[in-house]
Design a protein. Structure first.
Length: 114
């Protein structure tokens, strides 16, 4: 074998050892990351006896939101019925007041006075 080939083989062996060391380092790093993630999940996950589960809480919140939506629909329906029973001048005044409220809310969002 020539010296050039021996040098290449030596360089190749060094590169293989370097890659093996890097793989070991990456493996150690991944192990530490997984352990850290497991610890975080453990800290964030409540014990089974610490109250209602997340599914139960979400179900309760969704139920409340559904109930509130029903109330909001009833309010809108009642307002529409009230407007039908009011004299025309009052309805126009309410409409103008609503339009002014929308304009002032838009002005407030933009940081200016209505």
């Amino acid at each position: 074998m020539s010296t050039k080939q021996e040098d290449r083989l030596a360089n190749l062996e060094q590169a293989v050892h370097g890659i093996a060391g890097a793989q070991k380092n990456h493996g150690d790093l991944l192990r530490m990351l997984v352990e850290g993630q497991q610890e975080i999940v453990k800290l964030l996950t409540p014990e089974p006896k610490d109250g209602p589960s997340l599914d139960e809480l979400l179900g309760h919140v969704i139920g409340q939101q559904t109930e509130l939506l029903g109330y909001a629909r009833q309010i809108v329906k009642s307002q529409a019925q009230m407007e039908q029973n009011l004299p025309g001048d009052v309805v126009r005044a309410i409409g103008a007041e609503k339009a002014a409220g929308v304009a002032s809310n838009g002005a407030a969002r933009e940081g200016r006075r209505p």
